[in-house]
Ligand binder design. Sequence first.
Ligand SMILES: Cc1cc2nc3c(=O)[nH]c(=O)nc-3n(C[C@H](O)[C@H](O)[C@H](O)COP(=O)(O)OP(=O)(O)OC[C@H]3O[C@@H](n4cnc5c(N)ncnc54)[C@H](O)[C@@H]3O)c2cc1C
Length: 378
Amino acid sequence: MTDHYDVIVVGLGGMGSAAAAQLAGRGLRTLGLEQFTPAHDKGSSHGDTRVIRQAYFEDPAYVPLLLRSYELYADLDRDDPGLFVETGGLMIGTASSGPVAGSRASADTWGLPYEMLDSGDIRRRFPTFTPSKNTVAFFEDRGGFVRPERTVTAQLRRAAARGAELHFQERVTRWAATDADVTITTDRGSYTADKLVITAGSWAPDLLADLALPLTVERQLLFWFHPIDGIEPFALGRQPIFIWETDGGMQLYGFPALDGARGGVKFAFYRNGSAADPDHLDREIHPAEIDLMRQHLAEMLPAANGNFLRGKACMYTVTPDLNFVIGTHPQHHNVVVGAGFSGHGFKFVPVVGEIISDLITQGSTHHPISLFDAKRWT
Ligand SMILES: Cc1cc2nc3c(=O)[nH]c(=O)nc-3n(C[C@H](O)[C@H](O)[C@H](O)COP(=O)(O)OP(=O)(O)OC[C@H]3O[C@@H](n4cnc5c(N)ncnc54)[C@H](O)[C@@H]3O)c2cc1C
């Protein structure tokens, strides 16, 4: 006899923990299966902080999803105050750079408030930055950060409180769907359910091999530094989250100082990574990688360029157009997929949970998800 559930969620990282919490909240008998421990650091949802912002420079089509995500994050923050913090968000570059021009286009499309700053304004208001003359910034009050480990933990707690069964350190090795149900095989046993959710992050290419999605896994790094004159100039309340596109087209981003002097200040590049295998990720931070970050800090935020405190490797699972894959599996009406979050998914975690739950319980969602169609490459 195998145990039978209404729905099984494979992968309890950012997206899967959100889906499990929402599905259990809708009264479904839910089983969540995760190969590692709760809120682990071996996938894509760890490293203290994630940028969240509304005026999405990548594409204005994401804005309605972000507005809903803000509501859901505010609700989650009630379980663990400080999980979601609005610091203001500064998008820096030339006037025509993606972060500046794209944020402006998105804000204008949706009527979101913002300010434009020239390089003198930036230096006066945010003295940790040293922009050159032709550098400008788009400032959005509602930009901020969320805490990924605390988000996953809060969502898992909600899922369990709503009756979901959650199994950790249990790896799914196989799944199969018929018209009537789905069967999941793990390294510990097998289960059946009416429906299946696959939110496997960087392991999605394995579990969704049948779909042959064009997903690439990339190793990406996070760096924490102790600023030269202490953390005060970077303190929460003074330092906003920022994304700065260099003339070379690299994006450097960063956060305020958190968790005292030992916490340091975190910086990263968006997509300066190399191809990776999720089961054999190089987790070491190499001297040349620290040097590259130092070179950028020296030019852009020189006060941050003090002692290197620590680094962390993480993975992106990237699609060719950098848009997500969310929807019902093209061959199986009872399987829903969330994958390919392309290094910018965390700010959407709770709304993705809501979309997946809509697709499982109603077969459709009122959220705009046409950008995310799994069939767009066929
Ligand atoms: C360095 C870095 C910085 C980022 N910065 C930002 C940012 O500032 N803002 C932002 O919005 N986004 C950011 N992102 C992206 C965001 O964090 C990801 O898009 C998001 O975490 C993806 O969530 P996920 O649930 O798809 O993956 P994960 O959280 O990795 O979850 C997948 C889970 O599935 C489990 N799993 C896989 N296969 C199996 C199996 N066979 N059996 C059982 N369990 C399985 C894994 O163990 C894992 O726990 C960043 C990502 C990284 C790496």
